[in-house]
Structure formats: structure tokens, C-alpha cells
Design a protein around this ligand. Structure first.
Ligand code: AMP
Ligand code: MN
Ligand code: MN
Ligand code: MN
Length: 289
């Protein structure tokens, strides 16, 4: 059974429409698929409609930015009710900050000699059907396409973080508040990509412990690039803290990225899969046929 619970569409920083990304998941052999755009649920209706048409089990997701001790983390809400007003009020707040931040990023880049970054980025990402959300991915792709940097790694080394040009202090909600938004919408809270926060192991464990303490439900144990050792390590933490185990590629679909949908290692035998909280065994059997 192929499960992928972390994917992006052009409603945030992915390239494909929700319909296209669901079709690709189907082509890749996925049985269970979640769309989880950054701080928006705008693509979920289109994705669910297409998933139903394709006979794919669909999970309504969202990847919410959050702060833990001042550091940005990402919390996946899986199986959310997108009509919930608490969740939507929270996402609105983040979308407002994103609009303000885009202007601040552009000002910072201008100071480093990159003129009209906002306009250039908007032109590059313009598509009539999607919400005008500008993420750092969009600015990064603009910097690559205009020849300022050679790849994403180079962008995030020189720009858009900390005290670098285009870096803006993140004003996301605190993680415990984000957990409350997702729970209000009946969603399951999963800490995304725990090994990508530039924290050493003891700090990641502290993060996971306070996440679990605040009511967090699970952690992404398997990602697109996870090694066997990494999977074992995160699974062990999950077991110690009684957290569910999730699986997701974090597919975005830019031409200069190699991550594919649904190409993920299996969870360890002793993991407690989050999927069992989202679907019954009978439902999963139906979809896997
Ligand atoms: P934002 O939520 O607007 O701050 O943008 C964060 C997004 O930028 C992440 O979800 C990634 O898609 C992308 N990103 C952040 N850091 C890196 C990196 N070092 N390399 C590649 N992509 C990155
Ligand atoms: Mn992203
Ligand atoms: Mn993320
Ligand atoms: Mn993501």
C-alpha cells in the first residue's frame, strides 16, 4: 500500500494544480494521498473531487508554520475540517503575515542589489486560478531563474534566512496555539520533517517532547530522503513519546527538485501508523484493491 501524506500544490509553493498533483499521485501508484499546502486549505475541495474520481483515499491536510522557542517548525494537520472557523482564523493570520513578509523580503533583497524582487516573483508565479501566496520558495526560484543563485541550497545560504538579505523574523503563532487550531478542526497534529530544523538530536528530542506535551499526536518518521538509520531514530523517539508515525514526501514539483510522490520507505514494523487513525482497516482494504 503506497501512502503519501505530505504534498504541495500551487496554492502554496508547489507547481501543480490540486487536480494535477492528485493525478500524478495516482500515476505513481498511491493508494492514500494528502494535500498539505502551507497555511492554506484552498486546494482541498479540488483535490478531494479529483481523488474521489480516481478512487484514491484522500486526506485533507494543511502544513501550518509555527514557532517553538523562537524557531520555525512545521505542523501538519491531517484530516482537518477546512470549514472550521478557528482553523481558518489562524490560517488567515498567517496569510496576512505572509503578505507583509513578502514586501519586507523584497526590501531586504533590494538592499543587496536585487531590484524589484516582489514584482519579479509575482510575475513568475502568476496563475489566474490560485491564491496569491508568496513563500520563500517562490523568491528562491526567482533568484535561480534570474541567475542570481545556482540552486535552492545556494539561495538559502546567501539569502532569505536569519540576518541574510531578505531574511525576516518569523511571526508565526506558537506551536501550542497551532495545535489548538488543528484540533479545533478535528485534525491530527504531526510534526513535519523533524530532522530538517538544524537542531542537534537532544534539541529535536526536547522539541518532540514539548510537542507531545502540548497535545501533538504524531511525527513524520519517513520522508523522501530518509535513510534507514534516520527512520529508526525518529521511530524510536515516536515510540518513547507515544506519538503516531507519519509518512510523506513533501513533494513540490519544481523542475530543479528530484523528490517524487509516493516513493517512500516503509514504516518500521513496530511503528504506530497515523493512517490507522484516519481510515478503518476495511476502508484501507477497499482503496488498496
Ligand atoms: P516559507 O514557509 O515561506 O518560509 O517557505 C518555506 C519553504 O521554503 C519550505 O517549505 C521549503 O519548501 C522551502 N525551503 C526552506 N529552506 C529550504 C532549503 N534550505 N532548501 C530548499 N528549500 C527550502
Ligand atoms: Mn514548501
Ligand atoms: Mn515543511
Ligand atoms: Mn511541506
Amino acid at each position: 500500500m503506497i501512502i503519501d501524506l505530505h504534498n504541495h500544490s500551487y496554492y502554496s509553493d508547489g507547481v501543480l494544480s490540486p487536480m494535477q498533483v492528485v493525478r500524478l499521485a495516482k500515476t505513481q501508484g498511491c493508494d492514500v494521498f494528502a494535500l498539505s499546502d502551507h497555511d492554506t486549505t484552498a486546494g482541498l475541495v479540488e483535490a478531494r473531487t479529483e481523488a474521489d474520481a480516481q478512487g484514491l483515499a484522500f486526506v485533507a491536510g494543511v502544513e501550518v508554520s509555527a514557532l517553538w522557542n523562537g524557531a520555525t517548525i512545521h505542523i501538519l494537520g491531517l484530516g482537518v475540517d477546512a470549514n472550521n472557523s478557528v482553523l481558518q482564523a489562524g490560517l488567515q493570520r498567517h496569510q496576512t503575515f505572509r503578505r507583509l513578509r513578502a514586501q519586507q523580503m523584497a526590501r531586504g533583497l533590494a538592499g543587496a542589489g536585487v531590484a524589484n524582487a516582489l514584482e519579479k516573483t509575482q510575475q513568475m508565479t502568476h496563475a489566474p486560478t490560485h491564491t496569491p501566496m508568496l513563500t520563500r520558495t517562490h523568491f528562491a526560484q526567482m533568484l535561480i531563474q534570474t541567475g542570481v543563485c545556482k540552486d535552492m541550497k545556494a539561495v538559502f545560504r546567501r539569502f532569505l534566512t536569519h540576518n541574510k538579505p531578505g531574511g525576516v523574523i518569523a511571526k508565526w503563532a506558537d506551536f501550542d496555539e497551532v495545535i489548538r487550531w488543528i484540533h479545533a478542526a478535528d485534525g491530527i497534529c504531526v510534526l513535519a520533517h523533524p530532522l530538517r530544523y538544524q537542531m542537534k538530536n537532544p534539541k529535536i528530542k526536547r522539541l518532540l517532547a514539548s510537542f507531545a506535551n502540548a497535545g501533538g499526536d504524531g511525527v513524520e518518521v519517513v520522508g523522501a530522503r530518509s535513510s534507514a538509520a534516520e527512520i529508526q531514530r525518529v521511530n524510536q523517539w515516536a515510540r518513547e513519546l507515544n506519538l503516531l508515525a507519519s509518512v510523506g514526501s513533501d513533494y513540490h514539483g519544481w523542475a530543479n527538485q528530484s523528490v517524487q510522490i509516493g516513493r517512500l520507505s516503509a514504516l518500521p514494523e513496530d511503528a504506530n501508523p497515523v493512517i490507522n487513525r484516519l481510515f478503518s482497516t476495511t476502508q484501507l482494504k477497499e482503496y488498496a484493491r
